[in-house]
Write a protein that binds this ligand. Structure first.
Ligand code: FAD
Length: 648
């Protein structure tokens, strides 16, 4: 690796997990050692929460319930429109209702192994430990999880696990869980404990005397720019998959809140860890602006296959059994169709690269329910996945009860995010980051149904404890509205907004976004190579240069202007893309979703290099033109043996 792309700084470490006790006792111990805030004092402490998805919504509701003064921000019209509402398949929890050998330790093991040994043991253990409480909380709120005949909560399986631990509400689990969190939030809004700021976008972080003390926002309806101050700031702003332009995320999902915090000093960890989901509806043309997920839960009953022969374009129903290749079942008999997402995606790509892909452009494989329908009956399949089959039918015009669904991998989730310690606090004191916006628990590959688990674990159970420990030192000195840090941050936001509107070039914001996304998909997507990443790193600065001299942002500042919103987000995506490629290039190994062509086993599986890369890469921002600084956090495995993953 040549050194011009980055420099190496001091190592970092999490200092909050009480590693003097065994991992199963750590969370209890941390809670015990954490300082508390007496209920009467909580009323004097204020917290900004950016986000109302499962992470932000649950955190804002819980903190308000505890008695803190909460200010909640989001950019959609309603808190219920956060991207979490789209989550389909389910949420994991180590309840062992099926009595099939599950336990906290097994969920912990599956998470660390699924993440290809690139997550912290301490955080992953706590996630597994807290998981069961989430289900109790959601049930108490009235979340209508699917039930078995006898009335117990039902479970299904997700990838990377041999037990059934996924709780679900048909194919709308995120929606139902979000409504639960939203009701709790609304209650607190009604009681006057949460001040709401919808249709408001955070555009900068205010750091005073080294502590996060506020945010600068733009009202998306009036264009008004203002600053809000508090004793602590919580970012729950979601993931950044839309750097690829096409992804399964909501169109509005973006990296701006996290990126602006990064530019104020928050380290950004493992940006190159991106999850490509194997079962999405294939791209159908250049006009497309979004991709649609077909939930992983479908792999419980659907079988993935392609024709054995290249170029076989017969109707799938005409292709006899012996001429089909159920490639996941063939290659991974132990896990079959339920191998983790990174593996299923890569294998789908491989068979398409061999010329055995199906559909109009050969970029598709079948997910076939014929056997399941024969075995269980159509009505059973309808009851489990009906809304997904309907969605597929509306988008493709095909009936998946009659013929195999055509699916292909697509960008879905980002494991990277702002670096946080065990307390979910970034390296900027007072800035906490939860949910998909942080990097903390999922390693290099997240297992299905573990994002909802993490968002709600963070918001309902972890943050309320760890934030209290921080706030026990508060209230912090009042920050004046004309404090230099406030003036500087607000001025920076105004200047950038004016600059974007003044360029008046000839290229649309969307065209930059599309070009960037295509480049990232081709060169920093499912497979990465040194040559490709270097090519991307040559091109991205050119895109950035052209963006800032030739972008056309129409409309004005003082009004509702979605073009301006999009421009600010794309500006951040361009900078993030560069860091993602640097991270991907420096990590000269394959692990989980990060597959380097140069580092694979003879069977084509991801080949880790534990000796050189068993660390979290936490990047420090440096101003334009100077390379980012890499801070390494060493990963140690005491409870789970480091091994090459095998799902065979
Ligand atoms: C189609 C789909 C299906 C999925 N299904 C599952 C599943 O079945 N199980 C599972 O575990 N995971 C699933 N996931 C992943 C999961 O949905 C997400 O990881 C999770 O919902 C993220 O929650 P969050 O609260 O961190 O962020 P989000 O839900 O993305 O919420 C972000 C919030 O931050 C706000 N925000 C962001 N930036 C700003 C800003 N600058 N200023 C103000 N507000 C801001 C937004 O308004 C929003 O309220 C799925 C993902 C997709 C795309």
């Amino acid at each position: 690796m040549t050194l011009e792309l980055f420099t190496v700084g001091e190592p970092i470490a999490d200092t909050k997990a009480p590693t003097d006790v065994p991992v199963p006792q750590m969370w209890e111990e941390r809670k015990f050692r954490a300082r508390l805030v007496n209920p009467a004092n909580r009323r004097r402490l204020s917290v900004i929460v950016v986000g109302t998805g499962l992470a932000g919504g649950s955190a804002a509701a819980t903190l308000a319930e505890a008695g803190y003064r909460v200010k909640n921000f989001w950019f959609q019209d309603s808190p219920r429109r956060a991207h979490s509402v789209a989550a389909q398949g389910g949420i994991n929890a180590a309840k062992n209702y099926r009595n099939d050998g599950d336990s906290v330790h097994r969920l912990f093991y599956d998470t660390v192994k699924g993440g290809d040994f690139r997550s912290r043991e301490t955080n992953s253990y706590r996630l597994a430990e807290v998981s069961a409480a989430i289900i109790d909380q959601a049930v108490a709120q009235g979340v209508p999880f699917a039930r078995e005949y006898g009335g117990l909560l039902d479970n299904r399986s997700f990838g990377g696990a041999q037990v059934s631990r996924t709780f679900y509400a048909r194919g709308q689990t995120g929606q139902q869980l979000l409504y639960g969190a939203y009701q709790a939030l609304e209650r607190q809004i009604g009681l006057g404990n949460v001040e709401t700021h919808g249709r408001t976008e955070m555009l900068d972080l205010v750091v005073v005397d080294g502590r996060a003390r506020g945010i600068v926002v733009r009202d998306l309806i009036t264009g008004q720019i203002s600053t809000h101050l508090a004793d602590a700031v919580v970012l729950a702003s979601g993931g950044y998959s839309n750097v690829f332009y096409l992804s399964t995320n909501a169109k509005g999902s973006n990296v701006t809140a996290a990126w602006r915090a990064h530019k104020r000093g928050a380290l950004f960890a493992n940006p190159c860890y991106t999850q490509i989901h194997p079962t999405c509806i294939p791209v159908s043309g250049d006009y497309q602006s979004k991709l649609t997920l077909m939930s992983e839960s479908l792999r419980n009953d659907g079988r993935v296959w392609v024709p054995k022969e290249r170029g076989d374009d017969r109707d799938p129903r005409q292709i006899p059994e012996e001429e089909r290749d159920y490639f996941l079942e063939r290659k991974y008999p132990a896990f079959g169709n339920l191998v983790p997402r990174d593996i299923a995606s890569r294998q789908a790509k491989n068979v398409c690269d061999e010329g055995r892909g199906v559909g109009p452009n050969g970029l598709g494989v079948y997910l076939d329910f014929t056997d399941a329908i024969e075995r269980l009956g159509r009505s059973a399949i309808e009851a489990k996945y009906g809304n997904l089959f309907d969605m597929y039918n509306r988008i493709t015009g095909e009936d998946a009860y009659e013929t195999g669904m055509r699916i292909y991998p697509a960008v879905h989730y980002t494991m990277g995010g702002l670096w946080v310690d065990y307390d979910l606090e970034s390296n900027i004191p007072g800035l906490f980051v939860i949910g998909e916006a942080n990097f903390s628990d999922q390693g290099a590959n997240r297992l299905g149904a573990s994002a909802l688990m993490q968002g709600l674990a963070d918001g309902y159970f972890v943050l309320p404890n760890t934030l209290a420990n921080y706030l026990a030192d508060g209230p912090f000195p009042k920050v004046a509205a004309d404090h230099p840090a406030v003036v500087e941050a607000e001025t920076a936001v105004r200047t950038q907004t004016e600059k974007l509107l003044s360029i008046n070039g000839t290229r649309t914001v969307a065209s930059f976004h599309r070009e960037l996304g295509r480049l990232m998909w081709d060169l920093c997507g499912m497979e990465r190579s040194e040559e490709g990443l270097r090519k991307a790193l040559d091109r991205i600065p050119e895109i950035k240069q052209e963006f800032w001299t030739n972008v056309k942002v129409s409309g004005e500042q003082g009004v509702f202007n979605q073009n301006l919103e999009h421009a600010g987000r794309v500006a951040d995506f361009i900078e993030l893309a560069e860091l993602m490629c640097v991270d991907a290039l420096h990590r000269n190994e394959s692990c989980g979703g990060h597959f380097r062509a140069e580092s694979q086993t003879p069977e084509g599986e991801a080949l880790r290099d534990d000796e050189n890369f068993a660390y979290v890469a936490a990047w420090e921002y440096t101003p334009d033109g100077t390379p980012p600084v890499l801070h390494r956090e060493a990963l140690e495995y005491e409870y789970i043996h480091l091994a090459q993953r095998s799902y065979k």
